[in-house]
Design a protein around this ligand. Structure first.
Ligand SMILES: [Zn+2]
Length: 351
């Protein structure tokens, strides 16, 4: 059966490809096989192995929305990108479904974030790596730019430093060029353009965070995803959970953070799109019991980008949205901040 690979988001070439495929196999079959996109929660989409898509395109399966964005921007119309995890999915706890295994097996190239971000996919990716190229972007970054949670435990959240993620661009461009040498110049040019944009964004974000008064420049979030962000942009970062959402926050952690919020009069804490709000809500309640009002400063994009059309469906958009929310909540904006409990809220809702 022929199928159309799922996409995390549409690109300009999709309508034309759809028209071609529709003519080739008939609309009735197509209606059955086009599943949801990465916009559907769960990342469980219809796909089957071994089927060709656009002739000559490099078929890439990317694990996370963040990696998929990078591959898409560098591969452009030479590459078909199938994103394993949907927006809002937590990569630390994500387990592959049988369909995911089929999707991965059909790829010319698998691109993972790496550094153990996709902890529960490690065995599967290891096995796949014996059969086809599997690139872990994080493993291609300079080791001296990584942060460590232990002697050999690198913090995987490298995309939060735009200047560091810029170094991931050539890793992807090189991997694509090895598979598709005819596109090497295009991948190299696109990779350089992405890196240049990220470098400019890095300077812009740093300037905006620097505008937050010193004493309030503290980012309290659900899990410890923002250490690279803190280092890059000069903001102290405190996560309720550890580097992985697989770790448990204890009562002692909550109490310690409540003490911090009260003692330093920190006005806002942040929830994340891919992590439970439970621990952050406990902080707000704990501070309130101590007579200090803490607001929810917004829902930050952490280990996943936003849904297509959200404006945060690229890393650049997500970083922009996060910084807007952080600056608003910590910078003294008098407007109250409201976070929808549905999980669909974005930092944009805070403006
Ligand atoms: Zn994380």
């Amino acid at each position: 059966m022929i199928f159309e690979p799922s996409k995390c988001e549409p690109d300009p070439g999709v309508p034309a490809r759809r028209a071609l495929i529709r003519r080739a196999i008939g609309a009735s079959v197509l209606a059955l096989v086009i599943g949801g996109g990465c916009g559907r929660a769960g990342g469980d989409r219809t796909a089957s192995p071994g089927n060709a898509s656009r002739a000559g395109a490099v078929r890439v399966v990317a694990t996370t929305t963040i990696v998929a964005d990078l591959v898409r921007q560098i591969g452009q119309d030479r590459v078909e990108v199938d994103c394993l995890m949907a927006p809002g999915i937590d990569p630390h706890s994500y387990k592959a479904t049988p369909r995911d295994a089929d999707r991965l097996a059909a790829a010319d190239l698998v691109v993972a974030s790496g550094l153990h971000l996709e902890g529960r996919l490690a065995d599967l990716l290891g096995r796949l790596g014996r059969q086809r190229p599997v690139v872990s972007v994080g493993d291609g970054l300079p080791r001296d730019r990584l942060l460590f949670g232990g002697p050999e435990i690198a913090d995987p959240h490298v995309w939060f430093d735009a200047s560091l993620w810029a170094l991931a661009a050539p890793v992807v461009a090189d991997a694509l060029a090895r598979l598709d040498p005819a596109g090497a110049a295009a991948y190299d040019a696109a990779g350089r353009a992405v890196a240049a944009r990220l470098t400019r964004l890095h300077a812009d974000l740093a300037a905006r965070i620097a505008a937050i008064p010193d004493e309030r420049r503290v980012l309290v979030t659900a899990h410890d995803a923002f250490r690279y962000f803190g280092r890059a942009y000069g903001i102290e970062v405190v996560g309720v959970q550890g580097l992985s959402t697989e770790s448990e926050a204890g009562l002692g952690d909550i109490n310690r953070l409540v003490e911090l919020l009260v003692a330093r009069r920190i006005p806002a804490v942040f929830v994340e799109t891919s992590v439970s709000d439970r621990n952050v809500a406990a902080l707000v309640e704990g501070a309130s019991a101590r007579g200090h009002t803490v607001t929810l400063g917004g829902r930050l994009y952490s280990d996943s980008l936003g849904a297509p059309g959200s404006g945060a469906d690229t890393l650049e958009g997500a970083l922009e949205a996060n910084v807007a929310a952080i600056v608003t909540a910590l910078g003294g904006d008098p407007a109250p901040v409201v976070v929808e409990p549905s999980g669909r809220a974005t930092p944009g809702d805070t403006r």
